[in-house]
Design a protein around this ligand. Structure first.
Ligand code: SF4
Length: 107
């Protein structure tokens, strides 16, 4: 009985996650020539940078075979979470120049 209720709650959680992904998929991204977030030189294998892999809501950070963190900037939501998680010592972070970056589309 108790379990049945739990599953229902889990199902609701899952549908909310899928709903978010669908909504994110509606956003429009204009290609960014000069990335507004850059991993600072020599910091790609800094273990503190791994935090960005876990916190980026768009999943733009990944770890390559050499154990270095890579960033794919297209799809960035400009939320600033990676900057908060890793700090200016590891990331150079600016808002994109006008006309590029994310255009949010709600509903
Ligand atoms: S600003 Fe947000 S979406 Fe963009 S790379 Fe950082 S955490 Fe990811």
């Amino acid at each position: 009985m108790g379990h049945g209720r739990r599953y229902e709650e889990d199902d609701e959680d899952m549908s909310e996650v899928l709903g978010l992904k669908e909504k994110l998929g509606r956003n429009v991204f204009k290609h960014i020539e000069h990335p507004h977030i850059v991993i600072k030189e020599g910091k790609a294998n800094d273990p503190r940078l791994r935090a960005a892999v876990y916190v980026c809501p768009a999943g733009l950070y990944s770890v390559n075979e050499a154990g270095e963190v890579e960033l794919t900037i297209d799809g960035c939501l400009e939320c600033g979470t990676c900057r908060l998680a890793c700090g200016p010592e590891l990331l150079e972070w600016n808002y994109p120049v006008g006309g590029t970056g994310v255009q949010f589309r709600f509903g």
